[in-house]
Design a protein around this ligand. Structure first.
Ligand SMILES: *[C@@H]1O[C@H](CO)[C@@H](O)[C@H](O)[C@H]1NC(C)=O
Ligand SMILES: *[C@@H]1O[C@H](CO)[C@@H](O)[C@H](O)[C@H]1NC(C)=O
Ligand SMILES: *[C@@H]1O[C@H](CO)[C@@H](O)[C@H](O)[C@H]1NC(C)=O
Length: 541
């Protein structure tokens, strides 16, 4: 949708100098003045690139494109919300030729509000594309805790609310409003359609846009979204609370041996032996059932311990207090090294917990506002208090779990979410939970929002399962041609050249892709069904 004058400062339309139309010059002063209510542009930089090859295709972008040299203009718009003391950068890359007439906002991951790596692939398929840094560094990756700490707090004990809100929501509204004006100024005409694509934090950002800024995008891809943030990010620490409680930090090899046993036990519940647990809901494997079984740990034969089984069962169940599940656990096939990582001495002895860094920084630097608490020493009561505090103080800012999408619907928006069933960082049930809440409010929600699960796919990409690789194209067909997707085309990524990709349809939730006979590598051998009961038995190594 195009921005209607009511969404912009009223001065915008009158200020647009027609003389700049179709100049397509990569020069800051040739851009018309950027006017967005509540923000002030402080700097514009521009750099023209021809034959740019310093990029790689990435499955995180929702775009499938081979690498090729690209020609584009790189505009960087720096703005502030006057009085707030922030400085936000929006990076806009505009194809010099073959613009497809569309605008695309690309999301980030972890604490990063936008991935630079998603810009070039988007340009390569013709999009005018933009990302935001939300006012903190683009490179504030998960790896460097000190960097995240430096923007979350103004000083120890004091949260930087402006930057937290920029990250959670505000900068997501600014992004398309600023970038669309750059697009219009550069090409002399506005984008005909506006899209969003993102995974993880990018998925949450997509949902936030649909929930709070429902007129910004015609179409949104919100993959493996980090929704219910204030809850699930604290739930991510649960494995370590259980390890402390049972007094045992299992080496990763032991957890992996238990996971492999679960996959073996549950693989064929969907009727197909392919190393993927598509029937996750039917898998009731109990880790206690293999206590005492031997496994290989770095060349040494060991036995599965009762304590490791307890820890693993607790991860699968999710945080439970007095019999009530506070959040979902991980499915059996999800790798355990994301949330239950341990670090051991040589020979896999004396292991220590190594909690997921996004969870640690959220709890320590935001929920506890920078207090130096030792998370490895938390007891269960303290843990529940932190979970409660996180939800109480931050859910309205960042949880992004409002199921009321009525404004997005009436604005004509369309949205697709898909989530890997083997996601090791964000429990997939959080996505089905959200989708069901949307459907409970609006039984007709499938007319504009569709959710798909991808068995065997880990966080955003990877794993032995088939992942969709051109979701953005699917969304464009829905938005521009009214073709609503019943399935998403998905394919595995072969580990070597000798292996061929396997194709699978991902079915509209809650339908599942049931095997109905034929070549296991062909999508046509699967049909969307209400359950796996229809599956003809078929075995393959
Ligand atoms: C785009 O411009 C920004 C700001 O000047 C700069 O930081 C970034 O490195 C540029 N990227 C490319 C590929 O030109
Ligand atoms: C992070 O900060 C701590 C404490 O100020 C310091 O000891 C540590 O070396 C820093 N780490 C990095 C990677 O800079
Ligand atoms: C996740 O949802 C499925 C049904 O979709 C259910 O069978 C399973 O028990 C749930 N997992 C958890 C950990 O709640």
């Amino acid at each position: 949708m195009l921005f209607k004058p009511t969404h912009l400062a009223t001065t915008f339309l009158s200020l647009l100098p027609a003389v700049n139309a179709r100049l397509r010059t990569c020069v800051p002063r040739d851009l018309p003045t950027i006017e967005v209510f509540g923000l002030q542009v402080v700097d514009i930089a521009a750099k023209e690139h021809r034959g740019y090859e310093d990029w790689r295709p990435s499955p995180m972008t929702g775009i499938s494109v081979p690498k090729r040299p690209i020609d584009f203009c790189n505009f960087t718009i720096t703005y502030t919300h006057p009085g707030q003391g922030d400085r936000v950068n929006v990076y806009v890359w505009l194809p010099l030729e073959d613009w497809n007439g569309r605008f695309l906002g690309q999301g980030g991951g972890g604490w990063t509000a936008g991935w630079e790596m998603s810009l070039a692939p988007s340009v390569a398929v013709g999009y005018a594309v933009a990302i935001t840094d939300a006012g903190h560094e683009l490179s504030s990756s998960l790896a460097d805790m000190n960097k995240t700490r430096s923007w979350m707090l103004t000083s120890p004990g004091n949260i930087n609310w402006v930057l937290l809100q920029n990250f959670a929501s505000r900068a997501l509204d600014d992004l398309p409003k600023v970038a669309q004006q750059v697009v219009k100024g550069f090409y002399g005409e506005p984008a005909k359609y506006s899209y969003w694509s993102g995974c993880s934090t990018g998925g949450r950002q997509g949902l936030m846009s649909a929930q709070r800024y429902p007129k910004n995008y015609d179409g949104i891809v919100a993959t493996a979204p980090a929704i219910h943030w204030a809850t699930f990010v604290v739930a991510e620490l649960w494995a370590h609370i259980v390890m402390r409680k049972v007094g045992y930090y299992p080496p990763n090899c032991e957890l992996e041996a238990i996971r492999q046993a679960a996959i073996k036990a549950c693989d064929e519940l969907d009727g197909v032996k392919d190393g993927v647990v598509a029937a996750a809901g039917l898998c009731t494997f109990d880790a206690k059932s293999i206590v005492g079984q031997t496994f290989d740990c770095g060349g040494e034969v060991r036995k599965i311990s009762t304590k490791a089984a307890e820890v693993t069962n607790a991860i699968w169940e999710g945080p439970i207090r007095n019999g009530r599940q506070a959040w979902y656990g991980l499915p059996h096939e999800a790798p355990l090294t994301g949330l239950a990582l341990t670090e051991c001495d040589a020979g896999n002895e004396n292991c220590k917990g190594k909690p997921f860094i996004a969870s640690v920084s959220w709890i320590r630097d935001v929920v506890m506002s920078g207090q130096d608490i030792d998370l490895s020493a938390l007891d269960e009561d303290e843990y529940w208090n932190i979970l409660h505090r996180s939800v109480r103080e931050f859910a309205s800012i960042i949880s992004t779990d409002d199921p009321d999408l009525s404004e997005f619907k009436s604005a004509g928006g369309k949205m697709i979410t898909w989530h890997g069933l083997a996601d090791q960082l964000i429990p997939v049930n959080g996505s089905s939970d959200y989708y069901e809440k949307v459907l409970a409010l609006d039984p007709d929600a499938r007319s504009f929002y569709r959710y798909f699960e991808a068995p065997g796919v880990t966080h955003c990409a990877g794993g032995p399962g088939a992942a969709p690789n051109a979701v953005l194209d699917t969304l464009v067909k829905w938005v521009e041609h009214g073709i609503a997707p019943e399935t998403l085309d998905a394919a595995t990524v072969p580990v070597d050249e000798a292996e061929a990709a396997r194709h699978r349809p991902l079915c509209l939730y809650p339908l599942v892709a049931a095997y109905v006979g034929g070549d296991l590598a062909e999508a046509g051998s699967f049909e969307c069904a209400e359950s796996f009961d229809v599956v003809k038995r078929h075995t393959e190594l």
